[in-house]
Design a binder for this molecule. Structure first.
Ligand code: HEM
Length: 162
């Protein structure tokens, strides 16, 4: 009888030992950056504000972004926002995917997308500044802002100087 119950006893003892080792497993995991940003709706809002900021910057004297964005801005002004809309949708999906969301980025890789543009450090910074303004307008907290800018900053080498 006792002999037959031994495996059961070992199993119970094992389970107890195992659960007593469980220390930090109950600590809730930090939600993904995607969730903390507010998911697709919040990212869409930020990217649309960002796009608006970029267009506004191209209308200023000594614009740093007009050189590269002129074809998109001119097309949109002429009534064809297709290229601008595609860029916005690509950015939403790219940021969604990169921050842990269900979106799938289907656009070109960063090197190919910026090939031939010879984007400078100064232009890269100018664009990031417009994104920061959009993040601030939407009250994205500094932790999340830093995390997102770090992810995007990591792409700089594939974008500048191509
Ligand atoms: C981390 C920074 C950046 C990210 C994440 C990014 C992302 C993207 C994406 C997703 C595309 C679309 C690719 C496709 O069509 O398949 C794109 C295209 C483009 N990007 Fe960037 N980009 C960045 C920096 C820059 C900078 C600094 C400039 C210029 C100052 C720039 C100018 C452009 C332009 C002009 C296009 C082409 C749009 C078109 O021809 O339709 N990007 N970028």
């Amino acid at each position: 009888m006792f002999k037959r119950m031994l495996p059961l006893a070992l199993l119970v003892a094992g389970t107890l030992t195992f659960s007593s080792c469980k220390k930090n497993d109950d600590t809730p995991a930090t939600p993904s950056l995607y969730t903390r940003l507010g998911g697709n709706a919040a990212i869409t809002k930020v990217v649309n504000d960002f796009a608006g900021n970029v267009v506004a910057e191209t209308q200023t004297a000594n614009s740093k972004l007009l050189r590269t964005f002129k074809p998109l801005v001119d097309a949109a002004k002429a009534g064809d926002p297709t290229r601008a809309n595609n860029l916005v949708n690509n950015l939403i999906n790219q940021i969604g995917q990169a921050t842990g969301g269900p979106e799938k980025y289907m656009g070109k890789d960063m090197m190919t997308a910026h090939k031939g543009m010879k984007i400078t450090d100064d232009e890269f910074t100018a664009l990031v500044n417009e994104l920061v303004k959009a993040l601030d307008k939407n009250s994205v907290p500094s932790q999340e802002k830093t995390e997102l800018l770090t992810i995007l900053g990591g792409l700089k080498g594939q974008i500048v100087g191509q």
